[in-house]
Structures are given as structure tokens and as C-alpha cells.
Design a protein around this ligand. Structure first.
Ligand code: XLS
Ligand code: NI
Ligand code: NI
Length: 437
């Protein structure tokens, strides 16, 4: 091996003392945190699209990244070579999972059948590479947004033939995901939304999207695919309005169309912030309703209003993310997918290692800090105490459903005024988090 990243050996855990930029200081896969290995808590995945297909283009500029193995063509040979690159990279990084879109791994052909055939050829090689490396597929998905045919959407296109094309593509992507042992299957509706409400029949589009999902579920069942379906919320970009706006909008859709047993959510940091939420809000909201399935780990830029997909390095963020994930007992069969890209000025292949090592260490550190905060117990007991008025007396009756508005009125009339409020202690709790960081 060692053909494409000759300057990098297998990345090792060297601990806090290490000054080696190509080593982990926190991520130690076998280390046990709250009775479970870091590997199991974090279930890291590399994304194929940014990491092996990103070339540094932006709306204003040409490719910048040096990728000596890539001949810049969309040939099958190039795609097959990339599989070797990807598995050498992931093996050296020591990551257990990867994720892909159909069109990241294999070139689109001049007809759908040719595209399917290309995908089969590359999937065969992916399967061999998975077997010899032990790296597994966290999720597969279909790219229903790059080709111009999807300009008006895929499952929500006003053009029924486009709906049919998308269905054919998703059917194949589920088949391949199943064949590769994929543990989840993602639907990110990049163009399932609209640019103008003037030309849009929202009701019809949403109904059709639901029909699409039921067909996908029927197909998955028919071939015995047991992976978890995941919606990935995002409010906009590339459309002005995306239907899967945020966790709440997705949940409403999932409930309305009877998909609660079928679909969970894949929450992405930069999508949460684009929707005007924090990542913690989205995670908590999904988690309390039992639909937090997986995460796309990245981060945005405070000063930029789009999906910059940067690698997460902020310990405060990863700590809070891990607090929610630990509270629900982990993400499995989901995981932590780095849907993130190196900056277009970070042009060398080795920058891919620096980026992922940083993200993995930031999450490992967040995991350890979250575990310490949980062990301390102050945060949980503070929140528990804050709601204790519902544990007995009138509060208990409210939560039991054994009172009504008349009785509550008499209660207050008799009492005269509500009990005094207690302090929210926000600053104290913020200090508490900082103490552990
Ligand atoms: C784009 C999304 C996309 C999904 C997979 O913003 O994050 O990359 O994760 O289609
Ligand atoms: Ni994104
Ligand atoms: Ni994503």
C-alpha cells in the first residue's frame, strides 16, 4: 500500500504530551468512557463527496486542490483508482465508517442503465475494499441535485418523469447500500423545495414527496434492507426554501404522512445554524421525540451565512453535542459523519489528515468532558430541581392530568400569588461547563 499518502503512516493515539500533528491526543478508539469504547460512542465516518471529490472550486474560482491521483476526468478508471485512495486514507486515519452518494463513487452514464452499470462496477470494488480493510458503510444516498434534470426538484418536481427518474436512482442506491451492508440510508432533499411560491403547488409537492418515501420504504422492505432511513434537515441552499427545513418541520411531515416508524433524522451542525437554531436545539428536539438517528459533524462560520462545511474544532460545541448524544445512550446504528471539507487554500493531500484528526480529537475531547460533567451530576440535578414543583402538590396534579382550569383558578385564588421564582443560574452553569473544559 502507501501509494497515495506516502508521507503518512497509520495515525496513532499519542496522548496529551504529543506535539506530533499527525497523531491523536484525545481519540483513543479502545478507551472506555461510561462503560463504552470511544469507538462505539463516536462511530466516525469519512464522507466521500468532500474528501475524495472536492477539488476546491467555489462559485468564483477554479479547482485549487492538489490530488495527484485524480486525472480530472469522470472515467470509470479514475473512479476505481479513487477507491484505493479512499481506503488507504481511511485505513491510515483509523476511521470505522464512510458515506457516499451514488454519483460520488461512480460516474453518471449517458443513460440510467449505464449509470447503474458503472455503479455496480465501483460497488464491487468498494465491497472488496470494505472486506480487506474492515471499514464499513455508515450510509449511502443518491445525488438528486447535481444533474440539470433535477433543477425543479426530484420527488417534488412538477415533472412526473423526473419523479420517476429519481425513484429509479434511489431504488438502485438502496440496492447498492444494502449490498454493501450500509447501516443507514439518507435522504437529503437539496432541491426538494422552491425558488418561488408563485409557480409552486406546495400541497401537491409534499404529497408526492410522501408517496416517494412510502415507495422507497416498500422497496427497501422487499429486498430485506434493515438499515435506518434518515432525513437530513436543511432550511435552504440550493433552494430558497427547503421542505425539510429543520427537525420540527421534518417531524411534522413524518407524522402527517405516517412515516414515524420509517424515518429518523440526520442532524448537521451547519444546517441547524442556517435554520436559526443551535446544533443543541436540533439534537435535543429530535432526541426527545425519539428520532435522533445520526449526525453530520461540521461547523459554519459565524460571519458567513452559508453552508461552509468546516471541520469541527470547537470543544464547547462538541461537548454540548456529546451531552445530548450521551443522554440518549448513543447514536447507533447512526454515527458521526464528517460532512466537512478542507478550505480551498489547504491544497495538499496531507491537509485531509490534519482536518479529520482535528475533528476526531475535538469530538473525543467533547465526549470525555461531557462524561465528566455527567459524573459530577450538578447540571442534571440543577435542572431536575428547577422543575420540582411538578413533583408534588398541584404540579403533580397538572402532570397527572387530574386537575382542570376551574380547580387551578380556585387554587390560585386561595393562595393569592404564585410561589416566588428561583434563579435560573445561567452564569453559574456556564462557568460549570468551562470548569470541565
Ligand atoms: C448538503 C448536505 C449533503 C448531505 C448528503 O448540504 O449536507 O452533503 O449530507 O446528501
Ligand atoms: Ni450540508
Ligand atoms: Ni450533510
Amino acid at each position: 500500500m502507501a501509494a497515495y499518502f506516502p508521507e503518512v503512516d497509520k495515525i496513532q493515539f499519542e496522548g496529551l504530551q504529543s506535539k506530533n500533528p499527525l497523531a491523536f491526543r484525545h481519540f483513543n478508539a479502545a478507551e472506555i468512557v461510561e462503560g463504552r469504547s470511544m469507538h462505539d460512542w463516536l462511530r466516525f465516518a469519512v464522507c466521500y463527496w468532500h474528501t475524495f471529490r472536492g477539488n476546491g472550486t467555489d462559485p468564483f474560482g477554479a479547482p485549487t486542490l492538489n490530488r495527484p491521483w485524480d486525472d480530472g476526468t469522470d472515467s470509470l478508471d479514475n473512479a476505481l483508482r479513487r477507491v484505493d485512495v479512499a481506503f488507504e486514507f481511511m485505513t491510515k486515519l483509523g476511521v470505522p465508517y464512510y458515506c457516499f452518494h451514488d454519483r460520488d463513487v461512480a460516474p453518471e452514464g449517458s443513460t440510467l442503465s449505464k449509470s447503474h452499470a458503472n455503479l455496480d462496477v465501483v460497488a464491487r470494488k468498494l465491497k472488496e475494499a470494505q472486506k480487506s480493510s474492515g471499514i464499513k458503510l455508515l450510509w449511502g444516498t443518491a445525488n438528486l441535485f447535481s444533474n440539470p434534470r433535477f433543477m425543479h426538484g426530484a420527488a417534488t418536481s412538477p415533472n412526473a418523469d423526473v419523479f420517476a427518474f429519481a425513484a429509479a436512482q434511489v431504488r438502485k442506491a438502496i440496492e447498492v447500500t444494502h449490498d454493501l451492508g450500509g447501516e443507514n440510508y439518507v435522504f437529503w432533499g437539496g432541491r426538494e423545495g422552491y425558488m418561488s411560491s408563485l409557480n409552486t403547488n406546495m400541497k401537491r409537492e409534499l404529497d408526492n414527496l410522501a408517496r416517494f418515501m412510502h415507495m422507497a420504504n416498500d422497496y427497501a422492505k422487499s429486498i430485506g434492507f434493515k438499515g435506518q432511513f434518515l432525513f437530513e434537515p436543511k432550511p435552504k441552499e440550493p433552494t430558497k426554501h427547503q421542505y425539510d427545513f429543520d427537525a420540527a418541520a421534518c417531524l411534522n411531515f413524518i407524522r402527517q404522512y405516517g412515516l414515524l416508524d420509517v424515518v429518523k433524522l440526520n442532524i448537521e451542525t451547519n444546517h441547524a445554524t442556517l435554520a436559526g437554531h443551535s446544533m443543541m436545539h436540533e439534537l435535543e428536539y429530535a432526541s426527545i421525540q425519539g428520532v435522533l438517528g445520526s449526525i453530520d459533524a461540521n461547523t459554519g462560520d459565524l460571519l458567513l451565512g452559508w453552508d461552509t462545511d468546516q471541520f469541527p474544532t470547537d470543544i464547547y460545541l462538541t461537548t454540548q453535542v456529546m451531552l445530548v448524544i450521551m443522554k440518549q445512550g448513543g447514536l447507533s446504528p447512526g454515527g458521526t459523519n464528517f460532512d466537512a471539507k478542507v478550505r480551498r487554500e489547504s491544497i495538499d493531500p496531507i491537509d485531509l489528515f490534519h482536518a479529520h484528526i482535528g475533528g476526531m480529537d475535538a469530538f473525543a475531547r467533547g465526549l470525555k468532558i461531557a462524561a465528566a460533567i455527567r459524573a459530577d451530576g450538578i447540571l442534571t440535578s440543577f435542572v431536575k430541581e428547577r422543575y420540582s414543583s411538578y413533583d408534588s402538590g398541584i404540579g403533580r396534579k397538572i402532570e397527572n392530568g387530574t386537575t382542570n382550569m376551574r380547580e387551578l383558578e380556585s387554587y390560585i385564588v386561595e393562595k393569592g400569588e404564585a410561589a416566588a421564582n428561583t434563579s435560573g443560574r445561567q452564569e453559574m452553569l456556564e462557568n460549570l461547563i468551562n470548569r470541565y473544559i
